[in-house]
Design a binder for this molecule. Structure first.
Ligand code: SF4
Ligand SMILES: [Zn+2]
Length: 331
């Protein structure tokens, strides 16, 4: 179903401007924006992916990754075709970088997403896999219909402030991908860093539970300087309780010439980050140590995980057995 888009304006000669993300695309009649899922139909901007997920699964919440948000629960997760970034290493490029007509989708309107979520005994809906910003209308309507369910936004954070502010009251948690330094954003993702930092600040200020993922790519964003910059930025602009996930890169899409990230590299990054942040994880490679949550006070491992599964959880009412409150959403 084609649905009229939100956040756009009419210009002359049936040209429209989409103001959903910082690209603010100018789109002529019959053409599409940079994300390839928003099209100008005779001077009206249409979303081509409303109610049309190409990916839908029941996932552990740990897979988003969210480690401090209802651990051990499952989340019904959906994503449509399209993305407003073009990362050369996209792990989901078959669906994020293709036109909607080239990706087989099912019909799953917002009411059905909510029903499916109930039917599989979940209370969390995640907007994920590709980039939920580009299916904003579908996400927004679903979240609005979801009642007491929780809504999770797994995003690159490249969104304008007005749509973000309208979405925030409907969100319970978010995982935002932080890609690298200014130059990295330009060269490897085809975008720019500033809006992502603003998104993180806005979500944090409005008390949406956030966790950050940083995929570490050998030689491109893995220097000590890069890691320290991100850690300092989180400590200075957000707070030390925001969980940070360092994730391993696998050669794919347009970046097949680089090796996969070593566990040693992830562990080094974690060690640097632990100097300032309380909860730092390694991901995409087996690592029991980097996969557990530790109490910042008594240092005990309070939540242990194997892969995406919780194998031990000692938290009681959000507290470590020593009495220290652990930041997160636990019930
Ligand atoms: S959401 Fe798509 S069409 Fe709109 S500004 Fe961003 S890239 Fe352009
Ligand atoms: Zn403790």
């Amino acid at each position: 179903m084609s649905k009229e888009a939100l956040f756009w304006k009419k210009l002359k000669d049936k040209i429209v401007q989409c103001n959903l993300c910082p690209r603010n695309c100018l789109i002529k009649d019959g053409e599409r924006g940079n994300c390839s899922v928003r099209e100008n139909h005779s001077g009206k901007l249409i979303s081509l992916v409303y109610g049309k997920p190409v990916s839908y699964h029941l996932d552990p919440i740990e897979k988003k990754p969210l480690y401090h948000f209802l651990p051990g629960e499952q989340t019904f997760s959906i994503g449509t075709a399209g993305c407003n970034l073009h990362c050369k290493y996209c792990q989901n490029w078959e669906i994020s970088q293709c036109k909607p007509e080239n990706a087989p989708a099912i019909d799953l309107m917002p009411e059905k997403v909510v029903k499916e979520t109930k039917d599989v005994d979940s209370r969390i809906i995640s907007f994920t896999y590709t980039e939920p910003t580009v299916f904003y209308e579908y996400m927004f309507d679903t979240a609005k219909l979801s009642g007491k369910m929780k809504n999770v936004y797994v995003s690159n954070g490249f969104i304008n402030q007005a749509p973000l502010n309208r979405l925030i009251p409907l969100l319970d948690a978010a995982n935002i991908d932080f890609k690298g330094n200014k130059e990295f954003y330009k060269k490897v993702t085809g975008s720019w860093i500033e809006p992502v930092l603003e998104t993180l600040k806005a979500l944090h200020k409005k008390k949406v539970w956030i966790e950050i993922t940083n995929l570490i790519i050998p030689t491109l964003n893995d220097s000590e300087k890069d890691i320290k910059w991100l850690v300092d930025w989180i400590a200075d602009n957000l707070d030390e309780n925001v969980p940070l996930h360092f994730s391993a890169f696998w050669p794919t899409y347009k970046l097949t010439s680089l090796p996969a990230t070593s566990l040693q590299k992830l562990r080094e990054a974690r060690k640097i980050a632990m100097k300032k942040l309380n909860y730092v994880y390694t991901g995409n490679l087996p690592d029991d140590e980097g996969n557990a949550t530790y109490c910042p006070k008594c240092k005990k491992a309070i939540i242990k995980r194997q892969g995406f599964y919780v194998t031990q959880n000692l938290l009681k009412n959000g507290k470590c057995p020593c009495g220290k409150k652990i930041a997160g959403v636990w019930k």
